[in-house]
Design a protein around this ligand. Structure first.
Ligand code: PRP
Length: 176
């Protein structure tokens, strides 16, 4: 038996609208350039797919999977790459696509790591910025949604690997 309910926070229609606006900005900012989108697995897979199809520039796509030791509420700050990108990054305009920036630990580490490969530029695009949870300062150039509160699932985000497939974003409300 489930001991929680899902409450809608952002509908698929609203996401569509926000993504259109975000992609417009990206298309304008990178006009005349090629872009390498690096999605951080697993959460970013749906956001990246929907964003990529709205980008009118030449786009390359790759993915990285990062894990953080320690549990989710007390990140140890030790990050490990469990699946690296396979493309050459040197000289490319990289846009890192993340689902949630929470404490910022994962992204800060990865941005630092990317510099070893000498990209031409690196920017960050996040589906959700949870600014109030930030522990490590990290630059986010494009934010789709600012949602401070709640355990969020759907549109790539999971609760014990479930609900990633939902087309909108929901908050998990646990039964009392
Ligand atoms: C989530 C999210 C970020 C990270 C953010 O990934 O996708 O990568 O946590 O947390 P931080 O800002 O506190 O470092 P998660 O480990 O849940 O993996 P998943 O994307 O595969 O679900």
């Amino acid at each position: 038996m489930k001991d929680y309910q899902l409450v809608s926070r952002v509908s698929a229609e609203e996401l569509d609208k926000q993504l259109d606006e975000l992609a417009d900005r990206i298309n304008r900012d990178y006009e005349g350039k090629c872009l390498l989108l690096i999605g951080i697995l697993k959460g970013a897979f749906m956001f990246l797919a929907d964003l990529a199809r709205r980008i009118s520039l030449p786009v390359e796509v790759d993915f990285v999977r990062l894990t953080s030791y320690g549990n989710k509420t007390e990140s140890s700050g030790v990050i490990r790459i469990t699946k690296d990108v396979e493309m050459d990054i040197q000289g490319k305009h990289v846009l890192v696509v993340e689902d949630i920036v929470d404490t910022g630990t994962t992204l800060a580490w990865y941005l630092d790591h990317l510099q070893n490969y000498q990209p031409e530029s690196v920017k960050v695009c996040a589906l959700i910025d949870k600014l109030e949870r930030r522990e490590t300062e990290v630059p986010i150039d494009y934010v789709c949604l600012r949602l401070e509160k709640g355990f969020l699932v759907g549109y790539g985000l999971d609760f014990s690997e479930k609900h990633r497939n939902l087309p909108g974003i929901y908050e998990v409300e646990f039964d009392k």
